[in-house]
Write a protein that binds this ligand. Sequence first.
Ligand code: S3P
Length: 433
Amino acid sequence: MSSQSQQRLIRPAKNISGSLRLPGDKSISHRYAMLGAFAEGSSRFSNFSTGADCASTLSCMQQLGAKVTKLGPGAIEVTGVGGRVTPTTENLDCGNSGSTMRMLSGLLAAQEGEFTLIGDASLSRRPMGRIQKPLEEMGARLTLTEGHAPLTIHGSRLRAIDFTTPVPSAQVKTCVLLAGLQTEGATTVREAIRTRDHSELALRAFGAELTRGKDSITISGPQTLRAIEAEVPGDISSAAFFLAAAAIFPGASLIIDSLGLNPTRATLLDVLGMLGAKLSVLHLDEKNSELIGTVQLTAPAAGLGSVEINGALAAQLIDELPVLAAIAPYTSGGIRIRDAKELRVKESDRIALVAKNLRAMGAEVTEFEDGLDVPGNQQLHGATIDSGHDHRIAMAFSVAALRASGDTLIEGAEVAAISFPEFFDLLDQLAER
Ligand code: S3P
């Protein structure tokens, strides 16, 4: 991130209410951008993510020969390279985005040439061995820097593999599928816990054929992708902050429309339901196989209960765990999180940072290697929050601050723009003070 660290003051609120529509889902935008840039023809996307992460994907793809034209607010046209990227000797800068680095590596591993991918300080700490292993098994060579970026991909003609992901990761799954797309024979990815399936749906939308088994997905290459027109559903991981914010104000009501409701992403709604919130789907539609709908949340008059999140639930909720942990003190029975070790290797060590910031606000919390116990019935006080250059930490604690006594200062608040530049303005609109 830039060195201009901004602080943001969050005052307590009396209630959260209103209705809104959110910018496009980050995961889907990355995939549409990458596939559109690789396909034949010109794709058009509306409600494309406004986050800096997806801008990193777009700029890497432009550097690799795709053409990107802005058509209007949130609307872009991407003209693809027709299956062959333009070689570049310049570094491909993935910024803060693990999705860009891991998915693009799979796409480039099957291309002729050498490509060097770099990232910011946070991304340069994140594990890349998890993509090196399958890509090298396919015949590519990856040079990492002590298991991390900068990484250089020596692309070549690959061979199909049958690969089981060592950790639940849609990014690793996608990496292998994008290499398999360009490789003769059937490449299979097996996963013990089913992760978000946007890549599978997007590849199909762009004309590729894939077959799904019980715990696996197979792609037979080589296949050609063809341009599409698509609207990106609103980002449910961004919605999570407002849904959690509304949930902690008894009786609050919030409506979000055009929201992505892909079942591999909508687990948060189940968990808010388990905590006692009422969730209604007021409208449901399907666009390019992605579910998109209008959701209303009504917070329970008696307050939130308690929930335990582990196993597959933890993997599917991985991006929403920081905000759930941050509101846990306002529940009656607390929230227990386990099997979420992956949180330690996200944009920050999210387990350590959530614990640190909850304690700064006066909460009691127990940290585990793979999770947290946050007891309920705790009143938080305002504090200075260390965002750790992590967008989801900055936003999660802005939500916790709404019911604290006294004001909270979010340090490094500008980092929210990684996924959600509009966050603070929308929070101000929804908060009754
Ligand atoms: C993402 C997958 C998840 C998630 C990330 C986006 C994706 O990461 O945390 O924010 O778009 O595929 P992993 O696949 O590494 O778990």
